[in-house]
Design a protein around this ligand. Structure first.
Ligand SMILES: *[C@@H]1O[C@H](CO)[C@@H](O)[C@H](O)[C@H]1NC(C)=O
Ligand SMILES: *[C@@H]1O[C@H](CO)[C@@H](O)[C@H](O)[C@H]1NC(C)=O
Ligand SMILES: *[C@@H]1O[C@H](CO)[C@@H](O)[C@H](O)[C@H]1NC(C)=O
Ligand SMILES: *[C@H]1O[C@H](CO)[C@@H](O)[C@H](O)[C@H]1NC(C)=O
Ligand SMILES: [Cu+2]
Length: 187
């Protein structure tokens, strides 16, 4: 009797430990986001030519992202992400820390665009494609993302974080902090 209880507890622990990695990495779809617009502008002071901004609106399901960047190198695919810390006063993109990754995806296995729920939440270019410049030195895109939150109580909240644009070798080229631009209906 006592032995079977111990065995059951042990089995239960094993099962929960074994089951944990199968689903702890998947990002939940965020619903009922507060209707807020956040904007992150790349630094004007930065030593690169790369400038632009990311606008993100909270929606009833996830968010809408609008990316608008220029001064980019031609025929390059540049990654960009939401990073987990703010850029400090000195403008150091290094200080923005790692990606926003509330469900501990890490870098491996790499983000697969056909399964965005298994990507790091902050990995925008992994989920939606990098900034690609063919003929022009600019990049514009608009897309929905189901996994970001405009609610400060959510682990997927990005409103007090930053974006970083990377070079093809992963180096940090320019960055900027999100600020609240508008509360209420999307325009
Ligand atoms: C994993 O999935 C089970 C069953 O679907 C669920 O009860 C549990 O809450 C999930 N765990 C996590 C950490 O999401
Ligand atoms: C910039 O500021 C941050 C935070 O204060 C600090 O950790 C970092 O070392 C500074 N970097 C440079 C290049 O000054
Ligand atoms: C991404 O997922 C799809 C569908 O499951 C699969 O066919 C593909 O091989 C995956 N790509 C990579 C690079 O793992
Ligand atoms: C922007 O420029 C460099 C890359 O050229 C980057 O390493 C740095 O952190 C950024 N900040 C400033 C203030 O230049
Ligand atoms: Cu990044």
């Amino acid at each position: 009797m006592q032995l079977s209880l111990v065995a059951n507890v042990f089995l239960g622990l094993c099962l929960s430990v074994a089951a944990y990695p199968t689903n702890f990495t998947r990002a939940p779809i965020i619903v009922d986001n507060p209707s807020k617009l956040f904007e992150a502008h790349l630094l004007e002071k930065n030593s690169t030519t790369i400038r632009g901004a990311l606008n993100i609106w909270g929606r009833s399901v996830g968010v809408k992202v609008h990316a608008d960047f220029w001064g980019l190198p031609r025929e390059k695919a540049l990654p960009y992400h939401i990073h987990a810390r703010r850029v400090p006063e000195n403008g150091s993109c290094e200080a923005a820390g790692p990606h926003l990754d509330p469900y501990n995806r890490g870098e491996y296995p790499p983000c697969n665009t056909t399964h965005p729920e298994t990507c790091q939440v902050g990995d925008l270019s992994g989920k939606h494609g990098p900034m690609y410049t063919a003929v022009f030195e600019s990049f514009e895109a608009e897309y929905p993302d189901h996994f970001l939150s405009t609610d400060p109580d959510s682990p997927a909240y990005f409103g007090d974080l930053s974006i970083v644009v990377h070079g093809t070798n992963g180096e940090r080229l320019n960055c900027g902090n999100f600020v609240l631009k508008q509360t209420g209906t999307e325009y």
